[in-house]
Design a protein around this ligand. Structure first.
Ligand code: ZN
Length: 102
């Protein structure tokens, strides 16, 4: 039993102290224990990735809303510009027509 728990522990490469493999670093000298550190890092990375996904979802919905409103205002602007051009062209044509005949 005691030998089992001792076998489960690892030795620090720097000071030789025993500590649990799940520790990210040696509790005696602070030397990083790679597998433990990697596990903690991956866990942290998973958390960051989830945060990023949340952020992406949020950014995407915001971008979609912005895109929609941008398209809407662009369409309105085009309609207004085309309408104004048509109105001016019509007025110009009418003016020319009236000037020619009267
Ligand atoms: Zn150590």
């Amino acid at each position: 039993m005691d030998s089992n728990s001792a076998a489960a522990k690892i030795h620090c490469v720097n000071c030789g102290g025993e500590f649990d493999p799940h520790e990210a670093k040696c509790p005696y000298c602070g030397t990083m224990y790679e597998p433990g550190a990697e596990k903690q890092y991956m866990k942290k990375l998973d958390g960051i990735r989830e945060d990023m996904e949340d952020l992406n979802g949020l950014a995407l919905s915001e971008t979609a809303t912005e895109f929609k409103s941008a398209v809407k205002s662009t369409v309105i602007a085009i309609v207004l510009i085309v309408g104004a051009i048509l109105l001016l062209a019509g007025l110009w044509y009418l003016w020319d027509f009236l000037r020619f005949y009267f």
